[in-house]
Write a protein that binds this ligand. Sequence first.
Ligand code: AP5
Length: 599
Amino acid sequence: MLPASLSSLHSTNVRTSPYLSPLSSSSSLPSPSPSLSLAPSFSHLHHRRLVSFNTVRGNNPLATKAERRGLSVTCASTCEPLKVMISGAPASGKGTQCELIVQKFGLVHISTGDLLRAEVSAGSEIGNKAKEFMNAGQLVPDEIVTAMVTARLSHEDAKTKGWLLDGYPRSFAQAQSLENLKIRPDVYVVLDVPDEILIDRCVGRRLDPETGKIYHLTNFPPETEEIKARLVTRPDDTEEKVKSRLEIYKQNAKAILSTYSNITKKIDGNRPKEMVFADIESLLSQAKREKMKKTTAVKPVHERKSRSNQVSSSQDNWKGIPTRLNNIPHSREIRNYFYDDVLQATQRAVNDGRTRLKVEINIPELNPEMDVYRIGTLMELVRVIALSFADDGKRVKVCVQGSMGEGALAGMPLQLAGTRKILEFMDWGDYGAKGTFVEIGSIGANEVDEQDDMFILVAPQNAVGNCIIDDMKAMTDAAGTRPVILINPRLKDLPGSSGIMQTMGRDKRLEYAASFENCYFFRLLYYAGTQYPIMGALRMTYPNGYELYKRVDVPSGGEKYVILSTFTEKPSSDDINDAFLGKPRQRERCAPPPTRSKS
Ligand code: AP5
């Protein structure tokens, strides 16, 4: 039986603090009663999933980076770094390109030639063994090189930053050793240079023993006389030895290629090094994006559910809307369901050319009124959306409003305090999405740069006495036809610090706030003044209408959501209550009775 007045059904997001505005102006659900809301406490940020937040250490967690910042965001194990092999004949330019790749992608460069030369100059046992083979232009025995490479690959830096393997494998046996260890690159780059060019490059090559920089007497002469004076020639760079090395390379190349045929990318290395690098750069950027897509993509719910081992046994087997939504923190499956739901709806809307969009998602842990407000969930949601668009080649600017007001009134809505820092410290993947395809900015016209393709505004909100709408308006004007997506905006007018409602320009502000259309909406429904039990949910995903669900207990002790009604427009509280009571809709009730035909 339904209790008391159904008109008292309301959403989770029903109360407000002095810092947070209540429901967005577009909400048609009953107005909140004032009460304290909880500010996000950083000590809540300790869960781990796609992005994980370590617990805060120290009093000022955001004061410095690394040791003192206390807020460290690390990539989850799913976020695999890039792994690259570069191959090519002697002097094809591997070392030269590796310098540039490392600069751009930050991979750990592992060159067997360099490792061996270091052993030789250190006079180690390995070095002494390797020296005679190297000086003769022969390959060093596999067991020496393989042990060296696998040891280096197991270092922490290579595991976390990714690696660039140069000069290995150089034989079929070496390739097989890696395969047996399940060490496989994402891309196998082969530099292709005609033989006659190679010999000239080797003979003219000089190395700077101080910086390790590679020069060529005519192609890349040293910058100063001082550098020139200290350059050395490699003992294996005589014409005769180069010919022998080239021969050995050719004998092995085909066999190695067969191991990596599906990931091999041949690049013309007989061009200026910048041009060669431009090709490599775009190749690796593409590989990086593909990896990010794989590691950050939120799997559709049905796929996740099909892997029963991924679903905690303590969870209900929900379909559609997740159950146990009053349990905070939400499980990873629940969060992923919502990230996925929001992402798909947003993508559909943007692909349809919609440019002023808003996402309103009020699951309990994104509701400032609940005991635990997880800013990490909001950040993850933003990250999923931003990376997904970035993955499609769009340059996304993620914007958080800065401090508002002046003097004693200066401040920032509690919900957003520290958000910008979190976004900056957050792990945006190991492949450099942040700073390239994803930028962090504030709200305002100045933030709109020519290269930006779209903007995500994180929970823009008015504060007492301060209205964010003017900055937003200037920003959207500057953005023109580029999409601007608001995530959980709170744009309702708030009273000034004197308690007096600002009336000047109110209509314009409300009109502006209403110009953003929902591409996603989710809200739980409760009876007024309560947050338990959940009565139902209202959900909308672009381009579909609003779906009203009722939560029902099932005999087995679980719960489920059954659809009660659908609406093309956002339903009013009366519509919702009528649907719960099984009454016909307001419009149907008010409609004149059908006229009978005269016949
Ligand atoms: P290693 O050092 O790996 O030699 P390599 O493979 O023969 O390659 P190089 O270092 O000679 O040339 P590179 O392709 O790096 O070209 P670079 O950029 O310097 O190995 C040395 C030895 O170690 C082997 O012979 C072997 O004995 C042993 N070894 C190593 N790995 C082994 C393994 N896995 N198993 C067994 N033994 C192993 O460029 C060359 C020159 O060209 C430079 O002067 C440069 O300035 C110039 N240049 C570069 N790019 C361009 C360009 N685009 N245009 C014009 N000039 C250019």
